[in-house]
Design a protein. Structure first.
Length: 137
């Protein structure tokens, strides 16, 4: 069965883990890693009309953090607050919603083609909070 465009491929997994320095964005662990879909796969649709996923659509989490985020409503709210998940009703594309990497204590924008852009304090701290307030409300 062919993969949907809403699937993150194996090569994308490896690139997302590399970008995230092989660490869970939430706890910093470097084992049992998964790629968290920032926006539910169903939001991209299926088949030929599905939105093509980019590197900005996934973030590295360990299996324990991923399972907690998926099963605990309080953890889901935290995941949205830190950009590990994107709200269902978000009008912003994932690459405009910064991600907080707890283990390095910084906010980054995920680049759709791969890599990340540090949300610089000189322009970014206020911008990150402004973006957060826009999509989290």
């Amino acid at each position: 069965m062919p993969r949907s465009k809403a699937d993150i491929t194996g090569s994308m997994h490896a690139e997302i883990h590399r970008r995230d320095e092989w660490k869970c964005a939430r706890c910093g662990r470097s084992y049992a890693l998964t790629v968290q879909h920032r926006q539910n796969r169903q939001m991209g649709g299926l088949g030929s009309k599905a939105q093509q996923l980019t590197y900005a659509d996934g973030v590295t989490l360990c299996l324990e953090c991923n399972e907690r985020i998926e099963s605990d409503p309080d953890a889901q709210a935290g995941a949205i607050r830190y950009g590990w998940k994107v709200p269902k009703n978000s009008l912003l594309p994932t690459y405009l919603i910064p991600v907080y990497y707890r283990w390095k204590g910084e906010w980054d924008f995920l680049i759709p083609e791969g890599g990340l852009e540090y949300c610089r304090p000189s322009i970014g701290e206020g911008l990150c909070m402004e973006v957060y307030e826009t999509w989290a409300s």
